[in-house]
Write a protein that binds this ligand. Structure first.
Ligand code: ADP
Ligand code: MG
Length: 251
């Protein structure tokens, strides 16, 4: 193994989505390394367009990452001198060689103990998603529309609520929502990159189509979420949390 290669052990995965495995960065407590999951040939037994592309154009597997970088660059460089701008998506810090393939280094949003912050899906399922949480979430959704983020997947596992550590000395921010995946223009004709109106339509469409989580509903006309039913919180747990201490919940 070369000196510039980080060794990752698949059993150390701390989170995963449909496409990528997520590892803690061995040298940076506030960064993650995301590696595209390997696919095996037996998974290509269906003759769909998606499967064929993945088999014969392997770079297609990197497309979402490329698109995320494009969007990150668009948002950051579009506000070069705006010191008050809060980036609603996770920061991306380039690539690193790993034994599992190229890894994408990203900001790590954390809970009070430095673990990965909980996702919207996890919070709602835990039964501890309060009205205050809902208000904060809806304010964040407004921000996504205001900033005009280009999105492709706003599923509840792509939103996390926690501390950011992106300032000097990695100082811990107040908890906030962050979109950690699902941004970027997935279409071949990248009209979304140039038109705010098309991006707004894209946001509307994506929220309508996004994966559902029981207890939370998207109201298209209001561009807001609403709570439909609340699971009883587990006993002994305070349901209103100002700090993230109460957010160390299991899925
Ligand atoms: N920046 C981050 N901070 C904290 N947790 C994260 C971050 N990025 C991803 N995660 C966790 O890892 C999971 C999978 O990451 P994601 O980037 O969504 O992978 P995929 O591309 O496979 O969907 C998320 O649902 C979330 O729980
Ligand atoms: Mg995801």
């Amino acid at each position: 193994m070369q000196e510039d290669t980080i060794t990752l052990n698949p059993s150390d995965v701390i989170a995963e989505g449909g496409e990528r495995m997520v590892f803690a960065h061995p040298d940076h407590p506030f960064r993650l390394i995301k590696v595209v999951k390997p696919r095996h040939t037996e998974e290509f037994n269906r003759w769909t367009f998606g499967h064929l592309t993945q088999r014969y154009i392997p770079s297609a597997r990197w497309r979402p990452t490329v698109k995320q970088y494009d969007e990150y660059r668009r948002l950051m460089l579009g506000r070069l001198f705006d010191v008050n701008f809060n980036l609603p998506i996770s920061h991306l810090y380039g690539f690193v060689k790993t034994n599992l393939g190229v890894g994408c280094i990203t900001e790590r949003v954390t809970d009070a103990d430095g673990n990965n912050a909980p996702t919207l899906q996890k919070l709602v399922r835990s039964g501890r998603f309060t009205d205050d949480d809902l208000q904060r979430l809806n304010r964040f959704v407004e921000e996504l529309y205001d900033v005009s983020v280009c999105v492709g997947d706003v599923g509840p596992a792509n939103f996390v609520y926690g501390h950011r550590h992106i300032g000097p000395s990695n100082a811990r921010s107040e908890p906030s929502w962050v979109l950690v995946d699902g941004f970027g223009d997935r279409f071949a004709i990248t009209i979304r990159s140039v038109s705010r109106r098309v991006r707004t339509m894209g946001l509307d469409d994506c929220f309508k189509r996004s994966k559902k989580v029981a207890g939370l509903e998207w109201v298209p006309a209001q561009r807001r979420y609403r709570i439909t039913a609340r699971k009883p919180a587990r006993r002994g747990v305070n349901s209103s949390h100002e700090s993230l201490d109460a957010l160390n919940v299991s899925p």
